[in-house]
Design a protein around this ligand. Structure first.
Ligand SMILES: [Zn+2]
Length: 479
């Protein structure tokens, strides 16, 4: 009897759980799937994203955070959101250390005097007036530098000569950015006079150095730090190969200069049913200064703005709000993304789903997601709509939300990762060659189609994707 009643009880319990499960599964209504397919097909032939990135890179140009074009970039974004018809346009302040680049020169003094092409790195200190001349000590990896005796680098110019190869997912950037961010800090702690690296780039034959940020957080810890173009790195390495002491003169005029307050610029298409619930997409408005920031990250801003505009132009508003965020100062350490996440952490449960585009302008080829188990089916529905335009779905990988929105994901926002083809991204990334001609309008339109379709489906879903404080803590996505 006892056993029987337990069996009956567990059977009825399972039935109850089964019913509850069906009721709590997040799904996207068939009508919304159909509309998303139409939106996708329209977006594939729409030029809005390309027009936006053309406007930004032409009318504003390079957009170093806190530089003279920072305010012009913000004004451009506000005006563009308004011109596109977004329902609500506003800004949220972001304060960060101001770093300025004024000039940079370098030359090999001995044994074979000649000029070197390089570029100072973000948060680099300047050299003393008149420059700094010291002997160069080379390491072929960051690990080799870490193992060096501090006495061997004290007062010298540390040079880390690590190579990057092209890959579709750009994974060698972990090597290059690791050297660029971590190397200067390690060298400074060991008493080095300055730091040089082979550019974190895959353009082996271009005499164009790649800038980017270092890990210096405190101006008083910073030493001069710069990137050599790949051919200049080859040359320096060849000269070191003669086995004679090699001395280099660096003349960098750059450095910290107080703080600056910029802003994230935000445009919304207001949801008609749940206006307080948002699908968050975006890109970052700032860029490095040598190029015009077309692939990094004018493209991302344009993709997200165009996706919002395509949804805005539909006969009816979506159920939830589409929020497009043009982030401030991503480049020097996710300042816009961190400020955004700090400000909005308490409302994380209202973020339906989000992701940012910040890996160039080539086609999206892979999607992954961090969502609650009950929303996997809805992600599969999204994947089905994206498959015909070349997007695979990897159900085993997490979704990280992209660069700035990784910070909201860290607070518990359900997130996608939409991976673009990054094979040639690091040829141009953070260089003077990051210009509009690197963008193929058709490939950019595919990105806008992906963002429009997924955003619309997420906005129309019956149910949520599991955003709540602290969710997805251990999903393996990078923050
Ligand atoms: Zn970027």
């Amino acid at each position: 009897m006892r056993r029987l009643s337990l069996t009956l009880l567990s059977a009825s319990l399972m039935l109850a759980i089964g019913t509850a499960n069906a009721a709590t599964q997040t799904t996207i209504p068939a009508a919304a799937v159909k509309t998303a397919e139409q939106l996708r097909d329209k977006a594939m032939n729409d030029n809005t994203a390309y027009e936006i990135v053309t406007s930004l890179t032409t009318e504003v140009g390079p957009r170093l955070a806190g530089g003279p074009a920072d305010v012009r970039g913000r004004e451009w974004a506000i005006a563009k959101f308004k011109a596109l018809g977004f329902d609500k346009v506003y800004t949220e302040q972001v304060t960060y250390p101001l770093w300025e680049r004024r000039s940079e020169h370098a030359e090999i003094v001995a044994p074979f005097p000649q000029p070197l092409d390089l570029i100072a790195l973000g948060y680099s200190a300047g050299t003393p007036k008149g420059g700094l001349t010291a002997e160069v000590v080379r390491f072929d990896s960051l690990d080799a530098l870490k193992k060096a005796a501090p006495a061997s680098v004290k007062g010298k110019i540390v040079y880390v000569d690590a190579h990057m190869e092209r890959h579709k997912d750009g994974h060698d950037y972990a090597i290059g950015s690791g050297v660029r961010v971590g190397g200067p800090v390690i060298a400074a702690k060991m008493g080095a006079a300055a730091f040089l690296l082979r550019s974190a780039g895959t353009d082996a034959n271009s005499r164009t150095p790649h800038t980017g940020v270092t890990g210096f957080e405190n101006p008083k810890d910073a030493i001069p730090a710069a990137a050599l173009s790949n051919p200049d790195a080859d040359q320096l390495t060849r000269i070191l190969g003669y086995g004679k002491p090699v001395s280099v003169k660096l003349d960098l005029d750059c450095g910290f200069n107080g703080t600056y307050t910029g802003a994230n610029v935000i445009g919304e298409v207001t949801g008609k049913k749940h206006p307080e619930q948002v699908v968050a997409i975006g890109g970052h408005l700032d860029s490095w200064d040598p190029g015009t920031g077309a692939i990094d990250d004018g493209a991302g801003v344009a993709i997200a703005m165009a996706a919002g505009k395509l949804i805005h132009d539909m006969p009816q508003r979506p159920d939830r709000t589409i929020r497009v965020i043009a982030f401030a100062n991503e480049e020097m350490g996710l300042w816009g993304g961190r400020a955004y996440a700090d400000k909005h952490a308490a409302e994380v449960a209202k973020f339906q789903l989000g992701t940012e585009s910040d890996f160039g302008a080539r086609k999206v080829w892979l999607m992954s997601a961090s969502v609650k188990p009950e929303a996997r089916g809805a992600i599969e529905q999204i994947a089905k709509v994206l498959a015909p335009i070349g997007v695979d779905y990897d159900a085993t990988k997490p979704g990280g939300g992209g660069s700035d929105l990784s910070q909201m994901h860290g607070k518990g926002m359900a997130a996608l990762t939409l991976v673009q083809d990054g094979t040639d991204y690091f040829d141009y990334h953070h260089t003077a060659n990051d210009t509009l001609d690197k963008i193929d309008p058709k490939e950019l339109a595919q990105n806008a189609a992906v963002y429009a379709a997924f955003s619309y489906m997420a906005a129309q879903a019956d149910g949520d994707f599991g955003s709540k404080p602290g969710a997805f803590k251990n999903d393996g996505a990078e923050e």
